[in-house]
Design a protein around this ligand. Sequence first.
Ligand code: GUN
Length: 293
Amino acid sequence: MNLLDGKLVSAKIKEDIKLEAAEFAAKSGRKPHLVAILVGNDGGSETYVASKMRNCELVGFESTNIRYDESVSEIELIAKIKEINEDATVDGLIVQLPLPKHIDPDKVTEAIDYKKDVDGFHPINLGRMQRNLPCFIPATPYGIMLMLEHYKIDTAGKKAVVIGRSNIVGSPMSILLARNSNPGNCTVTLTHSRTENLPAEVLEADIIVAAIGKKNFVTEDMVKEGAIVIDVGINRETSTETKSGFKLYGDVDFENVAAKASWITPVPGGVGLMTIVGLLKNTLEAAKGTIYS
Ligand code: GUN
């Protein structure tokens, strides 16, 4: 078993981003700037946004966190998004999901200027991604592709099984793995809650991407000898063992699956760290205007 080490790869790519951010700042007289909107007090979302902001500072970006109470109206939130769309000092804008039930996430996503949509969730970016055109790629799938690229994993012609069809991870991941690119060129099966005999599908996979949000869902009996296993799960449980009071579990039963896998990502220390890298790279591209001018 070889580890796909998110700590190592993310640190290396962040060094490159830091250099490029400094170059951008020297030329333009300002830093790349990410704005993150957070609605409510979900513990997981607060942790993720804090980490995004901290990482922006680490690589020399400016970051702004705008917070709203759980009760904010959809109209007020969208008005703020429109204001930021017009603000030339902001390069990237994200709205942390999930949102409270009274706010339509599709309306919010589509309100963001696609040229600032560094989450890559806007239909224009998703459509362009599917067509293999320059675009912002959703941060988690982007981070996974960067990880596969770093370790020079040969994906062409391989059978990939993605578990979970979310807009954020599973669906875009299935598109990226199937694209005519490197990494890519996989034969992809996108599985979900209505898939019949899901374990049998996963057992066929050379590459497994587990993005279902269920602790230890992928067990050893579902994994072919030598498979590459990418664990997107960040399942948070309260714990007395850690300083934070929480412990993270992946979607994969790491202990037992690792013995069969040729490559595997740990949780924590795997995909989560690469997601941040994907977001930082998109924000830098937004600032430089290399994707959309
Ligand atoms: N919630 C879970 N993952 C993400 C992400 O990548 N971006 C945003 N905006 N919200 C999320």
